[in-house]
Design a binder for this molecule. Structure first.
Ligand SMILES: C[S@@+](CC[C@H](N)C(=O)[O-])C[C@H]1O[C@@H](n2cnc3c(N)ncnc32)[C@H](O)[C@@H]1O
Length: 269
């Protein structure tokens, strides 16, 4: 890894990551459900600690094969530990740009990862190589500019969120990547590209509201120290964003809609 800001900023902080760990195919990658069946071969790019990858492997079963790749050694170690000896499930430390294998997969999936890459087109081009003829490449990603909250979150959280977007943009990441993926998929050679809304909507009637809407307090806890270190906000501002936002959740917060799209292409036969 180089010391480029993009590479550093894409690096997940070490340690337990509750955001990644509570994800499953059903609650965080449901666009994959239509493909998953026993015996399928799947490559999960940017698998993190492997929570979704394990959930994929439950569905492809012992006759399937699932490989999760991620450049973060700590996350890959965690993924391996948690997978135990699940048959057909493997993890490899690898970067999407450099990864290579002679294997071809029925499904290549990449969720919430292109948002952290300064060259998403090059990443898509490499991932496309690993899809079997007739197989699918399924990308899931955000447009961070289109998040909405009702009512507006507290000023301190808005300040953190805007600093987060600026910090990402300055590293070359596309905050609106979800809405640019269809064009990128065409550029890399997919003729027909399907786009499906995968918005994550949570409201106060949802028993999970306080956990789901807390995503941005967790981002401020996990990623916030990097922003402070890079001079995008002060430690006081970061802490105030977390505490004011927790008060918003406990009192006036009604709903939050995170804008995510699944963008999928089929490898020509
Ligand atoms: C937000 S996490 C997504 C994890 C999982 N796919 C999910 O949806 O929960 C983004 C992941 O992208 C990985 N990542 C960052 N740069 C990468 C690269 N160059 N190649 C592959 N993965 C990368 C990070 O290490 C991190 O695990």
């Amino acid at each position: 890894m180089t010391n480029q800001p993009g590479t550093d900023r894409a690096t997940m902080p070490t340690g337990h990551n509750p955001v990644l760990e509570r994800r499953t195919v059903e609650n965080a990658n449901r666009n994959l459900l239509k493909y998953l069946r026993p015996g399928l071969s799947v490559l999960d790019v940017g698998c993190g600690s492997g929570a979704i990858t394990r959930s994929i492997a439950e569905k492809t079963g012992p006759t399937g094969s699932v490989l999760g790749i991620d450049p973060n050694r700590n996350l890959i170690e965690l993924a391996r530990q948690q997978a135990g000896d699940t048959p057909g499930l493997n993890f490899q430390q690898a970067d999407v740009y450099a990864f290579d294998t002679p294997e071809r997969f029925d499904l290549v999936t990449c969720a919430r990862t292109l948002q952290w890459l300064a060259q998403p087109e090059a990443a898509l081009r490499n991932m496309k190589r690993f899809v079997k003829a007739g197989g699918h490449l399924a990308i899931l990603d955000f447009n961070h500019e289109k998040i909405s909250w009702t009512p507006e979150p507290p000023g301190a959280m808005q300040l953190f969120y805007n600093a987060f977007l600026n910090w990402r943009q300055d590293a070359g990441f596309d905050n609106a990547i979800a809405d640019n993926l269809k064009t990128l998929m065409h550029f890399v050679g997919f003729d027909s590209v399907e786009v499906e809304k995968q918005f994550e909507i949570t409201d106060r009637n949802d028993p999970n509201f306080s956990i789901a809407s807390r995503l941005w307090a967790e981002v401020a806890e996990l990623r916030g120290p990097q922003l402070v270190q890079d001079g995008y906000l002060t430690e006081e501002q970061r802490l105030k964003a977390i505490s004011d936002y927790d008060t918003w959740i406990a009192t006036v917060g009604e709903s939050m809609t995170v804008y995510l799209l699944a963008v999928e292409g089929q490898q020509p036969l």
